[in-house]
Design a binder for this molecule. Structure first.
Ligand code: FES
Length: 162
């Protein structure tokens, strides 16, 4: 998939981020807050954004990279247009959510944690999503799918490909 990050195209995002950083001046935990904000603006933390933050906050790039790769809530790789999360919590796991995850990986031809070639889907395994009564559960963006039958995966995916 396309991984190039276009600085020019994202100019507005950098302006928004800079404003946000200015508003935080001298506050505690500025790096974590800035990384969260940057991820919400750009969807992930490409190296160009990390460099920008490094220069603006005067923090070494290596330190920023270290934080961005240590915490699972941050991603340095672009995410797909749709995020699919399959619950592997206990209630879902005993109801065979692994088969749901496997079917998704097979249908999308992608590994867990990765994004499809066309940039449409990112497949992830998650912890309990808080609706165990519907096990096995998966989410696509903000939509919850309960009692998922692996056989229905191809048609569910097809409805998002339109
Ligand atoms: S274990 Fe899957 S929703 Fe709770």
């Amino acid at each position: 998939m396309q991984t190039g990050f276009d600085i020019k195209e994202n100019e507005k995002g950098f302006i928004e981020l800079k404003k946000y950083m200015d508003s935080l001046k001298d506050s505690q935990g500025i790096l974590m807050q800035t990384l969260h904000k940057a991820q919400s603006i750009f969807g992930y933390l490409p190296i160009e954004v990390q460099k920008f933050i490094s220069e603006e906050l005067n923090i070494p790039l290596a330190e920023i990279y270290g934080v961005a790769t240590f915490y699972t809530q941050f991603s340095i790789d672009p995410k797909g247009k749709h995020k699919i999360g399959v619950c592997l919590g206990t209630a879902c796991y005993v109801r065979n959510s692994q088969a749901v995850l496997d079917k998704l990986a097979e249908t999308l031809k992608v590994k867990v944690g990765a994004t499809t070639e066309d940039g449409l889907f990112t497949l992830e395994a998650t912890r309990c999503l808080g609706c165990c009564g519907l096990a096995p559960v998966m989410m696509i963006d903000d939509e919850v799918f309960g009692k998922v039958d692996p056989n229905n995966i191809p048609s569910i995916i097809a409805s998002y490909e339109k």
